[in-house]
Design a binder for this molecule. Structure first.
Ligand code: MN
Length: 424
């Protein structure tokens, strides 16, 4: 579904007076408005193909209706989100859920929606129909060489699909680990995994990156073979310059200092990708910014500071992606909320007075340092983000327009009330 351009213009016109008032007030309060607007317009967040349907838990799943039934419809849904917010210009696919039958057609279709293909994701956490060997006891870590080989070949197949679509990165998240003490020899599991990743690494085209994603626990509950950023960094360092660590906000033990982790990974030139979500207890996959917005701000503050210190391009030098699940919300509404939260937080991080902060740190002026951060965090930048969005051709209020246009009702009429997104 596409929204007619004139409908976006009408919507923007209706709210423009209030938007202008807020924007003019804010413009008087902050510096570098034109530069920040350009940075916001450039910034794009990838949407994963699996976030377009209702998720669910191990207890149940309650589909919302009108979910995309194939890859084409997934691209349409992300195209719609991008049309509304102009900040979701990338799609991240999951193999085998999204194997394109006609890659040239899929590539052209994505381009029509202004989308490029972000990192490709492999899957060795499930057994697929017709698969020879089971991943019940792991994939790359497995004691059986044939099973490791099957997992390696799957990842290389994912790279091949990515090449056809113009992607340039592979994200590997392994559910490998153990559920009970004694089940696994940790060193053997690490070595097997490293050797598998090395074979996959060797299959990467020159300009590609591989992201090694870590996760503390689940589905294995005693040990995870890529369990934290230290383990991921070990693999990335041993693999070589095309290998990076990927940080997923939900993949840490409670109260982990994620902002410190990203600062150090950036310092080492080994932060490659980022998965946004939010959580209260574990890997809850909740809407970005819905539980701990200040933590998100502190993370973005380190991202901006660390990328600037290395002269990195905020938009292109890291893979930015949402990785979340929607159990009770309309997935598209949830994604609009998530991207909005990311843009707001990015804008706030751009407001931090870095010179003053550094001076306060040098003087051990703890109070001033805190004030500088909170000054930025407490600034209402919504009109700034909206101004960037409107300038880029998007909607003043994407969520309000989505509802006014009755998008979900339209999708249910088109696709049916009982559809289930492929892969979930
Ligand atoms: Mn993730």
């Amino acid at each position: 579904m596409r929204i007619e351009k004139y409908r976006i213009e009408e919507h923007n016109q209706a709210g423009m007076a209030a938007q202008q008032r807020a924007f003019e007030y804010l413009s008087g309060e902050i510096k570098n408005v034109p530069e920040i607007l350009q940075q916001l317009i450039a910034f794009q967040v990838g949407i994963p193909s699996w976030a377009l349907g209702t998720g669910g838990t191990r207890f149940g799943r309650f589909p919302g209706g009108g979910e995309p039934r194939n890859l084409e419809e997934k691209i349409e849904d992300i195209g719609l989100i991008h049309q509304l917010n102009q900040s979701s210009g990338a799609i991240s696919l999951h193999i085998p859920w999204d194997i394109p039958s006609n890659p040239a057609h899929i590539k052209a279709m994505a381009a029509q929606h202004g989308l490029r293909f972000d990192a490709m994701n492999s899957n060795t956490f499930q057994d697929q129909p017709g698969q020879k060997w089971s991943y019940k006891f792991g994939s790359l870590q497995h004691v059986n060489k044939d099973i490791r080989k099957q997992a390696i070949e799957h990842n290389i197949e994912v790279i091949r699909h990515g090449i056809e679509l113009g992607s340039d990165a592979l994200t590997v998240w392994l559910s490998d680990g153990s559920c009970f003490p004694g089940q696994l020899n940790f060193r053997h599991a690490f070595q097997n995994t490293l050797e598998g990743l090395q074979e996959i690494y060797a299959a990467l085209p020159d300009h590609w990156k591989i992201f090694v994603e870590y996760k503390a626990a689940e589905p294995n509950f005693y040990s995870t073979t890529v369990g934290d950023w230290g383990q991921s960094l070990l693999y990335a360092n041993k693999l070589g310059p095309k290998a990076y660590t990927l940080v997923d906000l939900g993949h840490h033990l409670p109260n982990a200092n994620i902002e410190q982790i990203v600062a150090l990974l950036l310092m080492e030139g080994k932060l490659g990708g980022f998965h946004f979500n939010d959580s209260k207890y574990g890997d809850d996959d909740l809407t970005v910014g819905s539980i701990k917005p200040y933590q998100l701000f502190l993370i973005f503050n380190e991202l901006v500071e660390g990328m600037d210190a290395r002269g990195m391009n905020h938009t292109t030098d890291l893979g930015w992606m949402i990785d979340a699940s929607h159990n009770v919300k309309d997935p598209l509404e949830d994604l609009l909320q998530s991207v909005e939260a990311i843009m707001i937080t990015y804008a706030q991080a751009l407001l931090v007075d870095r010179k003053k902060l550094l001076a306060a740190q040098q003087n051990n002026d703890v109070v001033t340092a805190q004030e500088i951060l909170q000054q930025a965090f407490r600034t209402d930048v919504r009109s700034l983000v909206a101004a960037a969005r409107i300038q880029a051709g998007g909607a003043l209020n994407p969520l309000a327009l989505y509802r006014a246009e009755k998008v979900r009702e339209h999708l249910i009429r088109e696709r049916g009330a009982k559809t289930m997104a492929t892969g979930l």
